[in-house]
Design a protein around this ligand. Sequence first.
Ligand code: HAM
Length: 424
Amino acid sequence: MSQMNARAPKGTSDLLPDTARAWEHLTRTAQELFARYGYEPVYTPIFEHTEVFTRGIGEATDIVSKEMYTFEDKGGRSITLRPEATASVVRSCLEHHLTANGQSTKLYYSGPMFRYERPQAGRTRQFWQIGLEAIGMAEPTVDAEVIVVLMEFFAAVGVPAGSMTLLVNTMGDEVCRPAYRDRVAAFIRENSADLCEECDRRSDTNPLRAFDCKNPGCRIVMADAPLLRDALCDDCAAHYAAVKGHLDALGIAYVEDPHLVRGLDYYTRTVFEVKAEGLGAQDAIGGGGRYDRLMEQYGGPPTPGLGFALGFERTLLALKAAGVQTPALPIAEVFVARVDDSVAADVFAITQELRAAGIAAEMDHQGRSLKSQMKAADRLGAAQVVLVGPDELAAGALTVRDMGTKEERSVPRVELARALTPRG
Ligand code: HAM
């Protein structure tokens, strides 16, 4: 039989226990924080009808035009692995009437997303996001709240404030954006000789994307393009000013970036992105914005909303770049070691007693030497080791070694679980 290709597909990776534990720490931190702000969990399918994304994210975006994992299922439906979750969450709110009759809802999610991108550092084809959406509220305090939660998350997991930058901008709305789009399209046509082919082509379909082009020549040209912030309608200008006012009042540092357009077409008004140092080209660790027209694009009633998503992989890269260790719980708090094989059954019984008492306890099932058991205890992060031998069992008292101080004490077997239970 020929050998199987045992490698994970290009652009994906296995999250081995070290990374997976850091992952769980990020998830727990997010869950606690988001709950404090009144967000509830939601799980939507990992695949959707393709239209959810083509309509929601926009046909002319890179995500929809180049990066989707789309296939026909056995029933002939066009299905797409989700490239992001906002479109799915809004679809779900519409389907289940979560925002009917002017109600609002605050939801959060986490899970894998799929984009067929060229893999590079910080950019993969399957990546994990954690995100939240506040749907049904148009007020600028909600924009500020969402941004604050994102910044508090990064602070809570340890990204140093000095190594990240919050960028904010406004995308206007259906009142002021169309005329502005036309102006940018005209600007692109006037400067087409100095722009890349793709930006030139975009003048018809999606001119604002040209602000996002990484090509240095395009960047120079687009630096002189008209800015939306100079062409906002009164309502959008007032909304943007109010959001910035709330951020100022909360002491949230931000940089206004009039060129920030983000890669999804559903945005209206506030958009934001957090960039971290030391990540190279893929330096956005999280981003989001308002999408007040998205539900209508799905045939629902006008329903404002906004949210953010942050990338797990890039958050870990940002922590690494800043030299921050992600705290992880020890795999075992206590290791029960056996002096010889004659006590294997007792060791198993004692380990079970400790586990029943709520202690993360581990033992060696395979009869390794005491030396290797001590090494294993170390690797698992056990703070204490219980030494079990025939003499100890006969005397009814076991030796407990503190792995930090190396001190040993004798504990009556009947009191073991109580003696090892951490106080407080
Ligand atoms: P996004 O900016 O496309 O926004 O993605 C959010 C975050 O996901 C990025 O800042 C980045 O950290 C991570 N990310 C995106 N693509 C990749 C990739 N190929 N590899 C690794 N990480 C990646 C959204 O997805 C919107 N749904 C955010 C949102 C929520 N807007 C409103 N609500």
